[in-house]
Design a protein around this ligand. Structure first.
Ligand SMILES: [Fe+2]
Length: 504
């Protein structure tokens, strides 16, 4: 049977679906490992291992060519790449209700170690993934290489940045959102996005599947555990809690579908399994005594953007009741600051944290979608880490399709005020196309705390040690054709107990 025939059979109708189910135990699948493998959310004794079965990933029903039945998936985890020293193995059932995704949570592993994993269905073996456990909570002496990225639009370019990131052999990768985009294909795209603008569960599943077929992305997932948070485009542009960008009576159904497909397609633990329109994405990942990653969700609980969104001069942005995190997440975050004994406390989150005023003169024009549109929220969080005497606070950001580095100031109106934290902003992987070297002079002039601004595509490579954080801003000359090399545009060092950025 050819693939084409099988595909048409599976989307063909009730009679044929029944025939497929009748053959359940024996029916042979074509290679179901077209979406690669991934791991995520490491702890000192385990991590989650992920794959999703999809012999024909671009089927428009979003089911990836899988039959409507449960399929057993064998998995194994070894200390070596050749699987001579297998330390865990098991079987998990891939179910049609979760798009035949598999989330295996391992435990009881040794801390601070590299592991290898793979899956098997019938006689099909998956690619091998590399992953690792974190060091034990008191370990400070092991350096951590962490790369972070955001904003990968499939149509607007090739995911070369993910390949270059993989070649840096990071210990862990953070993804800060806009992992995928909801839009239908555009005329200017260099690769064809399949399917309509995503609204239904089938649409979102198909979109995730197409992204996961990308070889550069698969490579990046296979070299290290990822810790992911979404931004807006995994659901819809600039959504805020229950408010869509444009009025839409079906938005909550759309949000539920997007959350469900996101969970199915990401290496997330069971705690993140969605329940209707709710999904608990904020969480911590502790990297030994070195780094405490506070992963935030600034979409699901935020107040609607003030003054109708966009760049505005807007007094409402300063209302003390406004929140971008929601009360529960804010309390959790502030509590985390108070309890933390880590050398570095890192906020992995979506939108620009430092002030960005893009208007000359005393009046400010700020982005209502970023923390600038939620001033009281930002003050509470900043004051929270200052009051808790957090030793080194670092904010990581995606969203803006440009690289930035910024000092976080105690008082944005006084450039001489104390620097209380550091913000590093990765550019996009592809969103916006090739990028360019023009900097926004108005922004740089009005925001002296901003030390770097670049519209090149790429990612950020960081290295944390007990004594310093080094950040290399990696940039690609183009993404609309494949194969660009990455170079370091600029590097900064932040020393322990001194949040100021030092260009090196
Ligand atoms: Fe984006």
């Amino acid at each position: 049977m050819t693939t084409v025939t099988r595909r048409s059979l599976l989307i063909g109708g009730v009679a044929l679906a029944t025939a497929a189910t009748a053959g359940a135990g024996r029916a042979k699948l074509d290679n179901p490992f077209t979406l690669g493998v991934a791991s995520g959310d490491p702890s000192s004794d385990g991590m989650v291992l992920w794959t999703r079965l999809a012999p024909t990933p671009l089927n428009e029903d979003g089911r990836g060519g899988m039959p409507d039945r449960v399929v057993p998936v064998h998995w194994e985890l070894a200390e070596d790449e050749r699987f001579r020293r297998v330390v865990r193995r098991g079987v998990q059932l891939a179910r049609p209700e979760t798009a035949h995704s598999v989330h295996v949570e391992t435990s009881g592993l040794r801390p601070g170690r590299e592991y290898f994993y793979r899956f098997k269905v019938q006689d099909h073996l998956s690619p091998v993934g590399r992953t690792r456990t974190t060091p034990e909570p008191w370990v400070l002496g092991q350096a951590l290489t962490m790369c972070f990225a955001s904003c990968s639009h499939y149509g607007e370019g090739y995911f070369t940045a993910y390949r270059r990131l993989a070649e840096d052999h990071p210990d862990v990768v953070l993804h800060l959102g806009d992992y995928q985009y909801e839009y239908a294909a555009k005329a200017a795209d260099v690769r064809t996005v399949v399917g309509p603008e995503t609204r239904t569960l089938a649409d979102y599943r198909l979109r995730h599947a197409q992204y996961k077929t990308d070889e550069d992305l698969q490579l990046a997932h296979s070299v290290a555990p990822w810790v992911v948070v979404w931004d807006d485009h995994e659901t819809e542009n600039n959504w805020a809690d229950e408010v869509p960008e444009q009025p839409d009576p079906a938005f909550l159904d759309r949000r539920a579908a997007a959350f469900r497909a996101y969970y199915e397609n990401m290496p997330l633990r069971r705690g993140a399994r969605p329940n209707g329109i709710d999904m608990q994405l904020y969480r911590r990942v502790q990297w030994g005594g070195l780094v405490n990653f506070h992963m935030l969700d600034t979409r699901q609980y935020r107040d609607d953007q003030a003054c109708g969104d966009g760049w505005k001069t807007c007094t409402d942005a300063g209302l003390p009741t406004r929140t971008i995190t929601g009360a529960a997440q804010e309390a959790w975050l502030l509590d985390g600051f108070r309890r933390s004994r880590s050398r570095w406390d890192v906020l992995g989150q979506q939108v620009f944290f430092a002030e960005r005023d893009r208007k000359d003169g005393p009046e400010k024009e700020l982005s209502m979608d970023s923390w600038d549109g939620y001033l009281a929220s930002r003050d509470r969080v900043t004051r929270g880490w200052v009051d808790a005497k957090v030793r080194n606070a670092v904010v990581l950001t995606g969203d803006v399709h440009a690289a930035y580095a910024a000092d976080i100031k105690a008082d944005w109106d006084d450039p001489a005020s104390r620097t209380v934290g550091t913000e590093l902003v990765c550019t996009s992987v592809t969103s916006g196309g090739d990028g360019n070297d023009t900097a926004d002079e108005v922004q740089l002039r009005n925001n002296p705390h901003i030390k770097l601004h670049s519209r090149r595509r790429g990612y950020v490579r960081t290295k944390f040690t007990a004594g310093e954080l080094r950040a290399d801003f990696r940039a690609l000359p183009y993404v609309r054709t494949p194969g660009a090399e990455a170079t370091t545009l600029k590097s900064f060092v932040v020393e322990d107990r001194n949040p100021e950025l030092n260009a090196v």
